[in-house]
Design a protein. Structure first.
Length: 374
């Protein structure tokens, strides 16, 4: 088992097309806009990994250099900045973006330019099908929804389930679709399903209709701003319904927006990472992260960290430090131990790894259980 400790030894001797200077990694993230919290946290993990590598001497006399671009969560901006990083700034690979919609745009550009793209958080299953230069280290929506459906029926024993999702969000629509399919396969009862347009009033209207069927559980695969509206509205009604979310819920901002309402309900989410994971690599990462940034990492931070780790591991195994050499190494990643779990690429260049189920306390998510996807 290779240990993805970011203070890695330098690479074994092999040829390089980059010389004894620097290797550029493009990073495209939403550092402004509605999903900027995700981008900021991912960048912390990426920066920490790169700083540790460079402090240890870099990679065969080459330091890593980040080229960071803000896409503001906009697909057109994503396309433009990814092309700039590849054509003008000669990035060897790209890490990011965050959401599936923007990641699909980035993947199309990267594939056309034969440039490796490592997706840290995009869970839409179809993105890696864009081409062989696209890999991801997070789980996909079908895998996540399967785990959430089985958790709903077998762990929570929810008899009647309502599903709400955001219209126009690829992430929200697909995760709800896969969840419903899997739940029906295992004999679950979907008593209500409806999408909402963006806006707090629209969210409340759909939640109100969902509650009229008296569900045991509401599944809401949305991002944290919409999740906050859902939690605060249900808590204000003093309704005892259990709430289940996907990985898009996980953000420190959610607890700031909800306050004590988070612990007044039973709230569970799926995640790529757990602070309570007892593995040494995780505790070392958490301590390092907290010393540098003053706060503990979340799953997006951890995925950013592991994205750099997979890039470095790929370069260690590549016969040549080049885009093609890196791509061939990335798709053969196997049993790479990261802070988000043991990472192996399957035939579709998706990571096969455990999923963590977390439960909300007053100010953080804590580990409830983990579900194997092998």
């Amino acid at each position: 088992m290779k240990i993805l400790l970011i203070c890695l030894s330098v690479l074994l001797h092999f040829g390089s097309v980059y010389g004894d200077d620097e290797i550029k990694i493009g990073v495209v993230l939403p550092l402004s806009g509605n999903t900027s919290n995700y981008g900021t946290e991912a960048l912390k993990g990426i920066n920490l990994a790169v700083e540790n590598i460079n402090r240890a001497g870099g990679i065969r006399r080459n330091k890593l250099k980040l080229i960071v671009k803000d896409n503001a969560g906009d697909p057109a901006t994503t396309s433009r900045v990814v092309l700039e990083m590849i054509d003008e700034q000669q990035a060897m690979a790209i890490i990011g973006p965050i959401t599936s919609t923007n990641s699909a745009v980035a993947a199309a550009v990267a594939q056309q330019a034969s440039t490796p793209l490592i997706l840290p958080t995009a869970t839409n299953p179809y993105i890696t099908e864009i081409g062989e230069y696209i890999t991801r280290i997070c789980f996909t929506d079908p895998v996540q929804s399967k785990a959430l459906a089985e958790f709903s029926k077998n762990h929570l024993h929810a008899g009647k389930i309502a599903v709400v999702f955001e219209k126009g969000s690829s992430y929200s629509e697909k995760l709800s679709e896969f969840y419903v399919m899997r739940l029906k396969d295992i004999g679950g009862n979907v008593a209500f399903i409806e999408g909402f347009e963006s806006g707090e009033d629209n969210i409340r209207d759909v939640i109100s209709r969902a509650l009229k069927v008296n569900p045991d559980l509401i599944f809401a695969p949305v991002y944290y701003p919409e999740a906050a509206t859902i939690v605060n509205y249900i808590a204000g009604l003093n309704n005892p319904v259990t709430v289940l979310g996907g990985d898009g819920w996980e953000s420190p901002e959610l607890f700031r927006l909800c306050g004590k309402n988070m612990s007044s309900l039973q709230v569970f989410i799926s995640s790529h990472f757990s602070l309570q994971n007892p593995h040494q690599i995780v505790s070392s990462f958490v301590n390092n992260f907290q010393q540098v940034f003053g706060n503990r990492p979340n799953s997006v931070s951890a995925l950013g960290f592991d994205a750099v780790g997979m890039f470095v591991d790929g370069l260690k195994r590549a016969s040549l430090i080049s885009k093609n050499g890196l791509q061939q190494a990335l798709i053969s990643t196997s049993n790479l131990e990261g802070v988000t779990g043991t990472i192996s690429m399957n035939e579709k260049r998706n990571a096969v790894k455990d999923i963590y189920i977390l439960k909300a306390s007053e100010d953080e998510f804590i580990l409830e259980t983990n579900i194997s996807t092998y």
